[in-house]
Design a protein around this ligand. Structure first.
Ligand code: ADP
Ligand code: MG
Length: 681
């Protein structure tokens, strides 16, 4: 199949430059692309409805006979309207075509046809406008419906696909060896492609879908395993002494048992001879992951190595930097900060100190993984809110030393099957306990006409010395509009509602030193209220904040709402999350009610996955996985099966470079190249 990706679609009949451009708009350049362009849905001409049972607005197939010949008439603008009555044994209906001069010669009075189209009504009763039709004897099939582009209707795509299918060489190599197909009851590639586009029947379609979904997931699965394996090697970093008890003395609080367990898991990993730690610490928002990371960094630095801590946003990096500076104030550990917004000269200085080993612990953003950054002896790489970093970025950080240990932290509880794919053979520690004296956040849902009540509540909290976040409405059209809307919203509050209360505004388009200034003033309590776009979403820690009000709550995903809610309830104060939404449709209702009824991040993630699928779950495809053509990450059954098949393949064929797996490896390379990753060698 691999070679088909090298043949342009313009080799097919009827595809000139213009048409090829239209195909390119759909992402189709080669014959291979075309064969992988699966139908969006199907028209099932086997399911024939009786006319008396038709419902307006549905798209159906009827089997009916023309009662009259087609009647053409001219209407305004020189257009032609063609009409005919058709009937079956239960009733009759009018079919209508516009500007089709050939219709009257194609449809014959007294002949029976299949018509497929949407049922609408005009003053004369039921009608079908511009249905597709076919003579009865030709039509017992399921037709593909493709995503179309302007000038390239589904029908034309189908025709082209048919040609491409005919070009499939007989010798086409199936990514799944026959043995695998037999054991797991999967049809072969040719049959699958044939039937995903032009299914023989429903059963064949289902088998084709299953086979293609499984193949895509197995390709992903194996690709991820190899990517991870190539990252995982012998570590030259020897951690001999555990300093975690010393570290605990630096903390202003006692670690929870769950935190201690996570730390000791990490140290055990790192003490193992030659092996590299590869661990995910998963804990709900506010469970205290930072202290865990700090402890592990401390031990690594005390053993004579450098540690790097990568955060997804500038604000978060700076905040961690402050925390770590304070924590290590009276120790000999030198903490540094490296973010994109530093002046070039400052960055240079920090990089020099890293290369010299003058800085032991560096906190930073993506700036840490650019080629310019060199370490003297990196022993540990930590990434915070891991799901926001792509796989490729993670491996880049690891490439910075002699196989440093890896610790990744995430608040997003990832369903197990998906976690296995994203994190491969990562070991997992779960922090399943919140620090003591935390009170669960109370979540309520209000309508916008109750906003004044919410404002006065915020006012009373502020009067008691607490602070509040207000998350502005997200505007759907684009970022710039978001900013304008946020500014306007904040200005309104500052001028009217909270004229006597200090209010700050932070949004994504602000320069990071401005952002930093505002955040700092909120952290220090100079601002009582922080109006923001979702830039505060991850990680930010202000234990004195007790209210978060979220405008247009329906526009956020559940996991995102949970992250936002995690900004409060981080100290000893009773905290509140107030969702504002006027939407009352079923999905919104269901989602906001889930938020109001539970604080359990795992439960919320499951619901999110169930209701919306993983695209949203991770926030705009930030999980770093390549895009799937047919598989769905919410389909846990297929994920599990693909896991099993991947295991079987590796067990049976030992190595992906095995000759039997050549076609499969070709697919893996293709998928990962498309996702911006390097080919696996
Ligand atoms: P997250 O897991 O969301 O990253 P943080 O590490 O930011 O959470 O911790 C949230 C807050 O809880 C911080 O203010 C931190 O100082 C505090 N904290 C962490 N661990 C404990 C503990 N064991 N006891 C009391 N407070 C803690
Ligand atoms: Mg955190």
């Amino acid at each position: 199949m691999a070679s088909l990706y090298k043949i342009s679609v313009s080799n097919l009949g009827g595809i000139g430059n213009k048409r090829a451009e239209l195909f390119a708009k759909l992402g189709i350049n080669s014959i291979g692309d075309l064969l992988n362009f699966y139908p969006r849905s199907y028209e099932d001409w086997n399911l024939v409805e009786k006319i008396e049972n038709l419902e307006y607005g549905t798209t159906v197939c009827i089997r009916a006979t023309l009662a009259t010949s087609v009647n053409d008439a001219r209407i305004s603008g020189g257009r032609i309207i063609s009409k005919a009555m058709v009937f079956d044994d239960t009733g009759s209906l009018q079919i209508v075509f516009f500007n089709n001069r050939y219709i009257s010669s194609m449809l014959k009075s007294g002949t029976e046809y299949l018509f497929y189209g949407k049922v609408t009504a005009d003053s004369y009763g039921a009608q079908m406008v511009a249905p597709t039709f076919s003579a009865v004897q030709d039509a017992t099939a399921i037709y593909p419906v493709y995503k179309q582009a302007a000038g390239l209707p589904s029908k034309n795509i189908a025709k082209t696909v048919k040609q491409a299918l005919a070009m499939l060489p007989n010798t086409i190599k199936d990514p799944f060896p026959q043995q695998v197909r037999e054991i797991f009851d999967l049809c072969d590639l040719r049959t699958a492609l044939q039937n995903i586009h032009f299914p023989k029947d429903h059963e064949a379609l289902e088998r084709a879908r299953k086979r293609l979904i499984i193949e895509e997931l197995v390709v992903l699965n194996l690709g991820m395993r190899y990517l991870q394996e190539s990252n995982r090697g012998m570590s030259g970093v020897k951690i001999n002494i555990d300093y975690s008890n010393d570290f605990e003395r630096l903390l202003p609080f006692e670690m929870t048992d769950a935190q201690k367990r996570a730390v000791s898991d990490c140290i055990k990993d790192m003490k193992q001879k030659n092996a590299q730690m590869n661990r995910l610490v998963q804990g709900d928002v506010g469970s205290g992951k930072t202290a865990v990371a700090a402890s592990v960094c401390y031990t690594v630095v005390k053993n004579g190595f450098q540690a790097a801590f990568m955060a997804p946003t500038e604000i978060l990096a700076r905040q961690h930097y402050e925390t770590f500076c304070k924590l290590f104030e009276n120790t000999d550990i030198k903490v540094g900060l490296l973010t994109g917004s530093l002046k070039e000269s400052e960055k240079k200085k920090v990089r020099q100190k890293l290369a010299d080993g003058e800085i032991n612990l560096i906190i930073g953003t993506h700036a840490l993984i650019t080629d310019k950054t060199e370490f003297k002896n990196l022993g540990l790489a930590v990434t915070d809110e891991q799901h926001r970093f792509g796989v490729a970025q993670r491996s880049k950080l690891l490439g910075k030393g002699e196989n440093p240990h890896l610790l990744v932290m995430s608040a997003t509880p990832i369903p197990r099957t998906l976690g296995l794919i994203i994190f491969g053979d990562l070991d997992i520690s779960v922090i399943d306990e919140l620090p003591p004296s935390r009170k669960p956040v109370k979540t309520v849902w209000f309508r916008s006409n109750q906003r004044d009540r919410v404002y006065s509540f915020i006012r009373s909290e502020a009067a008691n010395g607490r602070q509040a976040y207000i998350v502005c409405p997200l505007v759907e059209e684009g970022e710039l509009d978001d900013i304008a809307a946020a500014e306007e919203y904040a200005a309104e509050l500052m001028l009217r509602e909270f004229a006597d209360i200090p209010v700050g505004l932070v949004h994504g388009q602000m320069k990071s030193d401005e952002k930093e200034k505002v955040m700092q003033k909120f952290v220090s309590g100079d601002y009582s209220i922080l109006v923001s776009t979702t830039v505060i979403e991850v990680g930010v820690d202000v234990p004195n904040a007790s209210v978060i009000m979220i405008e247009n709550a329906e526009r956020f995903g559940l996991s995102q709402l949970h992250q936002l809610r995690g900004r409060v309830g981080r100290g000893q104060f009773q905290s509140y999350c107030i969702l504002i939404s006027d939407k009352s449709g079923q999905p919104t209702k269901e989602r906001l009610e889930v938020m109001c009824s539970t604080n359990d991040g795992f439960k919320i993630a499951d619901e999110d996955l169930r209701m919306r699928g993983p695209g949203d779950f991770f926030g705009e495809r930030q999980h770093g996985l390549p895009q799937m053509a047919i598989a769905d990450f919410a389909d846990t059954k297929s994920l599990e099966l693909s896991q099993k098949i991947s295991d079987y393949i590796l067990f049976t064929y030992k190595d992906i470079r095995n000759e039997e797996l050549r076609a499969l490896k070709g697919e893996i390379d293709r998928l990962f190249n498309r996702g911006g990753h390097n080919s696996l060698n």
